[in-house]
Ligand binder design. Sequence first.
Ligand code: HEC
Length: 186
Amino acid sequence: MKDLHRSLVVSSVLCVASLSGAAAVPSLPSNAQIRRGEYIVKANGCADCHAPWRMGAQGPEPDLSRGLVGHPQEMAMPQPPKLEGPWLWLGAATNTAFAGPWGVSYASNLTPDPETGIGKWRPEDFIKALRTGKHAGVGRPLMPPMPWPAYRNYSDGDLKAIYYYLFSRPAVKNRVPEYQPPGGAR
Ligand code: HEC
């Protein structure tokens, strides 16, 4: 009887895990993991690029009221001016759009919204993205200034903690524009 009860609990956890698109082997985050993720995200300034800046009392600062939504969808950027000489790259006033020899990159939506954020990512997709510098862990190379070559040094446990913290925050719909390769529409 005990065994039956145990297998029912395990199968319901597996069922929830597969419904939510989480890893096949369930590993539910602990509060300690979420707090560790929060600590890393805050100490590392992920919001510096992944939340749009606004003018605050002390000068420009990331606007955290909407969360780590990335470049605001309502803010269409014009083509960047041609850059010459030692001035090689530019950032938008929001610090969420960047132009340089790599083209134009937009800080992505790191909230768990399934359509416009990372809501469909599994922890292993997130770890792979930051380890390999590939979009969603498998796609095109991630462009500057996303500092993934520094973040790849985190342990799996720390990267997972970041993921769990991001998933503990509200999902916000914000469709960030597509990356534009150099020469594209310029
Ligand atoms: C200096 C600016 C900057 C900082 C700081 C930064 N990012 Fe990014 N991040 C970007 C930009 C720009 C992109 C989009 C790159 C692209 O589209 O090629 C990006 C992309 C990403 C992606 C990939 C999304 C995808 O669709 O594949 C993840 C995940 C990510 N950042 C997480 C983080 C985390 C977590 C932190 C903090 C630990 C962080 N970023 C700090 C600028 C930054």
